[in-house]
Write a protein that binds this ligand. Structure first.
Ligand code: IPM
Ligand code: MG
Length: 401
């Protein structure tokens, strides 16, 4: 997938990732127009179900991928690997070497969710979250695309007024492998007064900002042509550099309208008038926070997929929601975010746009048919569980030509 070029690209070039079964590399393609060689008909997918509701939603998305694949005449081979709390329980580390190796050797990775109460008090290197951060860093997937789209069928599920939520279509481009999540120094210590302290470092190098900015400009160019860079440049040096570099990169994209916004204002504007946003680019931690906020405009965090991509072309696809341990194992989870992440995997990870469209259309049809999990339920619709929602999506997929 996404071959995010190091030099100023004219288009976000998504070069053919090696395809499974030794088939020929697919031709160069752009972010929105993929051309797959018809000989590349087999792909290896690593599944990382993880914890909590992760296994439930991944099982459903896997079936959707298989059906979409067989409809389009290609085969997906799945390999399930341990990660997060499941890996901690089984082998004592949150990201086993074999998992990272399998992920690196596959054509794309689909992740469910990680974490749970059980591991909350573990030391940092034994937390499920550390496994997630390690796989993001290990795969070099520095660009995280988080679309927040209000579907007409779900406008009533939004906590915002209909006229505010209707038609919202935002893409948050979150920097994923830098900033305060990874910056050093970090740790615990003691201050001059002998008091215990915890500290982290928000740090960005020019190259890190430039590459995420280019991805964001490319994405914005293919969408509404508007990019809002969110920072805290009135206070933080890392944000001052961020703003300077994003402004500099803007000269490569005269067709994209760039604006800047402080993160506190952005948080407010997102609920005041979300339709003003098209594409947002921001650092790791602001992206974490703002993408959760943006998700609620759409009605439920259970609807939002994401794609994480980097220079190698290998992509990691995951719903933005967490492991929801409170509803795990109860067949209550909304699988649509993971199913839509599977669609992103096909589109951005493998360049199989028509297969991706099949899944998206099946989700739309299932919603049109009135099926809703608890998180998106509104009176007059049919309340279903995770499995049934999955079956309805499969039915819709199956009935496609
Ligand atoms: C996310 C999550 C993760 C993050 C956690 C689980 C480490 O909140 O993907 O948004 O903070 O990136
Ligand atoms: Mg988050």
């Amino acid at each position: 997938m996404a071959q995010l070029q190091a030099t100023p690209p004219r288009t976000l070039s998504l070069s053919g990732r090696r395809s499974g079964g030794g088939a020929a590399t697919r031709p160069q393609r752009t972010m929105v127009s993929f051309r797959c060689s018809s000989s590349a008909r087999g792909y290896n997918i690593t599944l990382l179900p993880g914890d909590g509701i992760g296994p439930e939603v991944v099982a459903v998305a896997k079936d959707a991928l298989s059906v979409a694949g067989s409809k389009e005449g290609f085969e997906l081979r799945f390999q399930e690997m341990l990660m997060g709390g499941a890996a901690l329980d089984a082998v004592g580390v949150p990201l086993p070497d074999e998992t990272l190796a399998a992920a690196r050797n596959s054509d794309a990775i689909l992740l469910g969710a990680i974490g749970g109460y059980k591991w909350d008090n573990n030391e940092k290197h034994l937390k499920p979250e550390t496994g997630l951060l390690s796989i993001r860093a290990g795969l070099g997937v520095f660009a995280n695309l988080r679309p927040a789209t209000v579907l007409p069928q779900l406008v009533d599920a939004s906590t915002l007024k209909k006229e505010v939520a209707e038609g919202v279509d935002i893409m948050v481009v979150r920097e994923l492998t830098g900033g305060i999540y990874f910056g050093k120094p970090r740790g615990f210590g003691t201050n001059d007064k002998g008091e215990e302290i915890g500290f982290n470092t928000e740090l960005y190098a020019v190259s890190e900002i430039d590459r995420i900015a280019r991805v964001a400009f490319e994405v914005a160019r293919k969408r509404g042509g508007k990019l809002c860079s969110v920072d805290k440049a009135n206070v933080l040096e890392a944000s001052m550099l961020w703003r300077k570099r994003v402004s500099a990169i803007a000269s490569e994209y005269p067709d994209v309208e760039l604006s800047h916004m402080y993160v506190d204002n952005a948080a407010m504007q997102l609920v005041r008038n979300p339709k003003q946003f098209d594409t947002i680019v921001t650092n790791n931690i602001f992206g974490d926070i703002l993408s959760d906020e943006a998700s609620m405009i759409t009605g439920s965090i259970g609807m939002l997929p994401s794609a994480s991509v980097g220079e190698s072309g290998l992509g990691l696809f995951e719903p933005i929601h967490g492991s929801a341990p409170d509803i795990a194992g109860q067949d209550k989870a909304n699988p649509l975010a993971t199913i839509l992440s599977a669609a992103m995997l096909l589109k951005y990870g493998l360049g199989l746009e028509s297969a991706a469209k099949r899944i998206e259309a099946a989700v739309t049809e299932t919603l049109d048919n009135g099926f809703r999990t608890g998180d998106i339920y509104s009176p007059g619709t049919t309340l279903v569980g995770c499995k049934r929602m999955g079956e309805e999506v499969l039915k819709a997929l199956d009935s496609q030509k």
